[in-house]
Design a binder for this molecule. Structure first.
Ligand SMILES: [Zn+2]
Length: 95
């Protein structure tokens, strides 16, 4: 007899985002993520900018996306300064 240990999937999964410090719950972030959905997306964007450089044309208008995610996180109680400090490629100056 085997029991599945994935009980966190079904509700009750409220936690504090590691980056912006707001209370959130798991939506579609990675399995072990401790980030809210906005910081999760920002982390992905941060990686992309890191890999390709901020002026890579295929990135398109990524600063608009970045600012929208930030505004969304802040509207939900996130700390903007902590977000900007965390994602250094997104707010590293120059953009
Ligand atoms: Zn967050």
């Amino acid at each position: 007899m085997s029991r599945k240990q994935h009980f966190q999937r079904n509700g009750g999964g409220v936690f504090r985002c590691e980056v912006c410090d707001r209370s959130t719950r798991r939506v579609d972030q990675g399995h072990d993520s401790r980030l809210c959905p906005q910081c999760w997306d920002l982390a992905g964007l941060d990686n992309t900018v890191n890999d390709n450089g901020p002026t890579e044309p295929s990135l398109g208008d990524w600063t608009t996306y970045r600012d929208a995610l930030l505004a969304d996180a802040v509207a939900k109680g996130g700390n903007a300064e902590q977000i900007k400090k965390e994602f250094t490629y997104l707010w590293g100056g120059g953009a």
